[in-house]
Structure formats: C-alpha cells, structure tokens
Design a protein around this ligand. Sequence first.
Ligand SMILES: NC(=O)c1ccc[n+]([C@@H]2O[C@H](COP(=O)([O-])OP(=O)(O)OC[C@H]3O[C@@H](n4cnc5c(N)ncnc54)[C@H](O)[C@@H]3O)[C@@H](O)[C@H]2O)c1
Ligand SMILES: N[C@H](CO)Cc1c[nH]c[nH+]1
Ligand SMILES: [Zn+2]
Length: 427
Amino acid sequence: MKIIKYPGKEDWKEILKRPALNTESLNDTVKGILNRVKTEGDKAVLECEATFDKVQLASLAVSADEIEEAESLISDDLKAAIILAKENIETFHSAQRFTGKKVETRPGVVCWQKAVGIEKVGLYVPGGTAPLFSTVLMLATPARIAGCKEIVLCTPPNREGKVHPAILFAANLAGVNKIFKAGGVQAIGAMAYGTESVPKVYKIFGPGNQYVTAAKQLVSLRDVAIDMPAGPSEVEVLADQSANPAFVAADLLSQAEHGIDSQAVLITTSEELIEKVCAEVESQLAQLPRKEIAAKSLDNSKLILVNDMDEAISMTNEYAPEHLIIETANYMEVAEQITNAGSVFLGSLTPESAGDYASGTNHTLPTNGYAKAYSGVSLDSFIRKITFQEITSQGIQTIGPAIETMAANEQLDAHKNAVTVRLNSLK
Ligand SMILES: NC(=O)c1ccc[n+]([C@@H]2O[C@H](COP(=O)([O-])OP(=O)(O)OC[C@H]3O[C@@H](n4cnc5c(N)ncnc54)[C@H](O)[C@@H]3O)[C@@H](O)[C@H]2O)c1
Ligand SMILES: N[C@H](CO)Cc1c[nH]c[nH+]1
Ligand SMILES: [Zn+2]
C-alpha cells in the first residue's frame, strides 16, 4: 500500500485514479465477442465459454433437475443465512415502493404517475473469482417486488459445467425464471441481443469485472438499458485518530480480496492510525486464503494523510467511492457532508460486509467515480413510471388558450387545432 502524506490538490486526480486495463484493447476484445454473439447466437456463446471459462457445454440452460439437486448440496446453515439476508433485502426494498398521488395542477386538470415493473430483465451474477450468490438476492429480490415478469439470470459455470449450488438455491428462492450457464461479455451479449436459448431482455443488471462492465456500457449505447457501471469493487475508509486500526485493516482487506483490480483507500487525519493500520493489514493478510489476490490489489491501494477533516471530506467527494466507511468520533456530522458515494457505513461496528450480504441495502453499486452521477441498484431500477392525465371541460377551458398560444408560436398549427376543436365543441 502506498502512503501519501499531505498531497496538494493538484495531485488528487492522479492519486485517486482507479487501476484499469488498457481501455482500447479491452474495448476491441469486448466488441469482437459482442459481434460474434449478435450474429452467431448460442454457437458463439458456447465457443466463448470454451475459450474463457474452459468448459465444453452441451447446452446453456440450467435444468430443473440441477436446480432441485442444488438444495441438497448446501448446508442448512448456509440456507438459513441466505433466507435471513433475502428477508432483510425484501424488507428494505419493499419500503421503497412508489405511491404516485394524483395532482390537480389546475381545476379539472389531473396528472399522476404509476410505477410499472420492467417486463423482461437480465441479471448478471459474477462467478470468475468467487460465486457471488449474494448478488442473486440483491438483483432478483427487487425485480420480484417490482413485478418484473421474466427474470433471466446468467452466470459463468465452473470447469465441470456446473453453476455453484448456492447460486441456484438463491435464484430459485428469489423467483428467477430462467438460468443460463454463460459468463463475461458473451452473457451480456446474449441477454442484449437474444440467442436461440437466451431471451432478449429490456434491461441488464449486475456487477462484474472490467470485461463485463465494458460490455454492459457498449450494449447500452443502442440495444438495451443497463443499471449502471458496477465494476471492480472499491472501498474508502475515512477515519480520525479514534478509529480502531484492526477494524480499518479488516475493511480494507474485505474489498481487496475481490480481485486484483479492486482498490482500498484510507483517508485520515492521523499519522499514527496509518502506522497501526499498516501493521494490522500485514498480519491479517497473512491469515487470508485469498492473500495473493488481496496482496496484488493492495498494490493499487493508498493510505492518505491529510491536514484536517474538511480536506478529508473534499477528497472523499472527489473520489466518489463505491463504499465509504466513516470511522470518526463525529461520524454523523461527517456523513452530512458526503455528496458522492455509493453506500455509506457509519461508525466502528458497521462493517462494509454487512451491506454486501445481509443488512438489507443493495450491494450492486457504481464504481470508478460513477457514484458522482449514478445511484446503486434499488427498487426504482426495476420500474418505469408512466404518467397519466385526465382533463375535464373546466380543465380544457382553463389551460386550452395557453396551449393554443404556445403551439401557434412554435408554428405547430395541428397541435393548436387539437385544442381548438375541443374548445369549439364546448361552445
Ligand atoms: N460494483 C459492484 O456492485 C460489485 C458487486 C460485486 C462484485 N463486483 C466486482 O465484480 C467482479 C467479478 O469479477 P470476476 O472476474 O470474479 O467475475 P465475472 O463473472 O465478472 O467475470 C468472469 C468472466 O470474465 C470473462 N473474462 C475473463 N477474462 C477475460 C478475457 N481476457 N477476455 C474476455 N473475457 C474474459 C470470462 O468470460 C468470465 O466468465 C470483481 O471485480 C468484483 O469486485 C462489483
Ligand atoms: N463488495 C461487493 C460489491 O462491490 C459485493 C459482494 C458480494 N459478495 C461479497 N461482496
Ligand atoms: Zn464485497
């Protein structure tokens, strides 16, 4: 981890850069795969599975037998944990239900909105370095609450051609309709364009590595909507001298273990904390089974010493982290000043892992600075709001003349006439 002391504002951009693959060659690879899937359908997806996931599949669809068998392959403890997490996610997301009220903008002019679930949605569940069955719950639970009718899920299989049983159990529990063994760019292409097996969907959701994220961004240019760019995980801890160094180190490592391109950042006003966190990271890292991945990702990570809390907050808003943990004596006051972050964790007893799994909030979040413009996945992500209006004779007489005047001045006489004929009918 790189220690940076009192950086000048002119250096912030460079210091806060995310690790990234070469964008040009990444985009070329991704475009190539997407084109093949678009033109060759299942054949291209199966060939990509052989190339990138090293598996020869006879078919893409997960069978009903595989789903049934999954339940017997996972422990009762894990089932109970998945059920608890799903209930909390359901409770938090159900509370986001939209109740559009009717608004009378003028007497006789009534307007309202109605929320409607997106009919066909595609969920991507990562599986390259870890089988993220928690992501199934984060995506399928709000999709069901929203009333989405067709919920399709793609996830990379292992080398034996199997999907992790916890992914299948969670998918079945959360009400996914169809599950396919496809990962990476080929899965995103399949859901964007449709293939012989995989239905075309209207919107694609879910996190993934840089290939998956680039593919989502490319297909969203014309073929399908997406939730947001949710790429390699990142965490920032914003702390003062009151923070517990062991907790800070544990939180930094929790995101570092996701992948070699994850990023963990500490921004603090305490030099002593940096020293203690370094020692803690070293000893905790040695205990981790995924220490190689975490160690590589720590090469991208920074421990930044700043002059005061105001500077720490400004730098945080500039970085716009996916996850922000605030471990300061006055964390509520600091939280009030945060304007750019995906999800915020307050106080020393709130680990980021809680949001990853079971507190109820969604873990599908914008990365790479996109938290400046995007929200994480929520119930809203799965709905559209349709506006309705109803105008009475009193209403058309009240606003009709204004509409006629505006239409005439835009030189759109047919628009004006659509009002005029109605006003005349009332004379
Ligand atoms: N932002 C979020 O909300 C969030 C949530 C969970 C996970 N994540 C991130 O998701 C990512 C998951 O990544 P992962 O790799 O484990 O799984 P993944 O499922 O995203 O990617 C695996 C797929 O990548 C493709 N791939 C790998 N190398 C390739 C290459 N050279 N060319 C073309 N395709 C290639 C393969 O098809 C493979 O199936 C991690 O970076 C994790 O941090 C983010
Ligand atoms: N931290 C990830 C989002 O960046 C989500 C996750 C799933 N499992 C564990 N963590
Ligand atoms: Zn995580």
